[in-house]
Design a binder for this molecule. Structure first.
Ligand code: SF4
Length: 218
């Protein structure tokens, strides 16, 4: 175990109904490294914590921390406390998965930069990157989603997994990485300029129609 490097962990505290706290471990690409796991397990043992829960957002929640132990747990984790940073759902992609057509992690980092650079938006923007059409990175149900194909990337916009769930519109296919990111940036700018307050991309798409968005990304 001595060769395991304990990387820095970023956490965001979340208060629970019963007065306890969870610490959201903010992972990059959903990965919990060996060093992080050792630190987390040692901390759980020290404070008698029993629940480390995977979230739908590819993070981990360390649950059941009492108010009086919260600072001690954060210190034991050696963690920095921040508002949970914006993230994108991402699958393992062509670098790991045998079905992968395109490499996902690099695209996820670049898409996240595009999302950040074009904000602020009328409401939250969720993004996803998948290395193939299986869509494990939730690309087909996100505000903006990239899907890898044999000849490049597809860009999907305005999908939703909420109560009015549905697919949005495909804005392009067989695109290079640069082209796909350019299309995403145009679509997000259109949303910033045309979305109503607290209206998700899916609502704007229904209100204005797919042609308006397709025209904006030409
Ligand atoms: S979307 Fe495709 S490449 Fe990504 S994990 Fe799923 S099957 Fe693999």
């Amino acid at each position: 175990m001595n060769n395991i490097v304990a990387e820095k962990i970023t956490v965001a505290p979340v208060e629970r109904k019963d007065g306890t706290y969870a610490l959201r471990l903010c992972l990059k690409h959903g990965q919990l490294t060996a060093g992080m796991m050792k630190t987390v397990l040692d901390t759980m043992a020290e404070f008698g914590l029993t629940s480390l829960r995977a979230t739908t957002g590819q993070r981990m929640n360390l649950e059941g921390i009492s108010r009086e132990n919260l600072d001690g747990v954060i210190a034991a984790l050696g963690a920095s406390v921040e508002k949970a940073p914006l993230t994108t759902s991402v699958c393992s992609g062509a670098g790991i998965c045998k079905y992968g057509m395109q490499e996902s992690y690099g695209m996820a980092d670049k898409l996240l930069e595009v999302v950040k650079a074009n904000g602020p938006y009328p409401f939250k923007v969720k993004s996803g990157v998948s290395g193939c059409k299986m869509g494990c990175g939730l690309s087909f149900i996100r505000d903006i989603g990239m899907v890898g194909g044999p000849k490049g990337w597809e860009v999907h916009f305005g999908s939703s997994a909420r109560k009015d769930a549905g697919l949005g519109v495909m804005l392009g296919s067989k695109l290079t990485e640069e082209e796909a990111l350019g299309v995403a940036a145009k679509a997000l700018t259109f949303y910033k300029e045309n979305g109503r307050n607290r209206e998700r991309t899916s609502g704007m798409l229904r209100r204005l129609g797919t042609e308006a968005v397709l025209e904006a990304v030409k």
